[in-house]
Design a binder for this molecule. Structure first.
Ligand code: GLN
Length: 271
């Protein structure tokens, strides 16, 4: 992905600004507060500001709205957790695979990106409590006549690099005889299906169904509820940033108890 498409957002944990939804957005390297070894004496956190990485287009969890604001369920949950518990952060919209790579290379302290909590990932990352249930589905262009995996034989199918949907697709590809093509970005993956280069794609169901209601031109063909059903969690590297993780969990619990969690989800899913 080009460096131009990377965007940073400085999260404000002070109540008033966060509550009014004001987010400072800037392109490129915003680095006003991201010294990684700061010890923050007043906040009680090990860093004065955490760097959190996220996806680019994964609505309704993170996406740029029609006014150009970077919004979504993940964005709001993170902002609310920070507001409630007092940590500061900068949110970097990198793409899913790049966000995980940033975490692994110590360029990010945490990832919130509709990231599925899997047993394999739990070997490497510590996850927060789950905050949203999800599973993988396959979608095709609406009206294309693709009605199951049998129809994929000899065809090209799109998947998103590093995702659970890609793992699912990889497992099915040899059995059903299709070839995979990879994208870093969900919207580019959908585009490949709409143009007919790929006959289908694998995506998380909540994201696909939201996209369909927004008129993305696709339809769900299969739902992988048994083997590819896992909730989303906020991730840090195993054994690192425990204070950030526990603050996130504490904020999440408070949001669930107060009804703020439901309000955030409803804001995106019920308009
Ligand atoms: N939930 C999927 C995963 O964790 C996809 C996440 C995403 O594309 N942002 O693999």
């Amino acid at each position: 992905m080009s460096s131009m498409s990377r965007r940073s957002f400085v999260g404000l944990s002070s109540g008033v600004l966060a509550a009014t939804g004001l987010v400072l957005a800037g392109c490129g390297s915003s680095s006003s507060s991201s010294s990684s070894s700061d010890s923050s004496s007043d906040s009680g956190f090990s860093k004065s500001s955490y760097t959190i990485a996220t996806d680019t287009t994964f609505a309704p969890f993170e996406f740029t709205d029609s006014s150009g604001n970077f919004v979504g369920i993940d964005v709001d949950i993170l902002a609310k957790a920070a507001e409630l518990t007092g940590f500061k952060y900068e949110l970097n919209s990198l793409g899913f695979d790049a966000a995980v790579a940033a975490l692994e290379s110590n360029q990010a302290d945490g990832v919130i990106a509709g990231m599925s909590i899997t047993d394999e990932r739990k070997q490497k990352y510590d996850f927060s409590d789950p905050y949203y249930d999800s599973y993988v589905c396959m979608a095709a262009k609406a009206g294309s006549g693709i009605s199951g995996y049998e129809d994929l034989n000899g065809k090209t199918v799109a998947a998103k690099t590093g995702t659970m949907g890609a793992t699912c697709a990889e497992e099915l590809s040899s059995k059903y005889g299709f070839t995979l093509t990879y994208f870093d970005d969900s919207s580019l993956m959908y585009q490949d299906v709409l143009t007919g280069n790929s006959v289908a794609c694998f995506e998380d169901y909540p994201v696909m169904s939201y996209g369909i209601t927004q008129g993305n031109g696709l339809e769900v063909v299969t739902e992988e509820k048994d083997n590819y059903s896992t909730p989303y969690g906020f991730a840090v590297m195993k054994g690192k940033n425990a204070d950030l993780l526990s603050a996130f969990n504490s904020g999440l619990q408070q949001m669930k108890d107060s009804g703020d969690y439901d309000s955030i989800v409803d804001k995106y899913l019920k308009g």
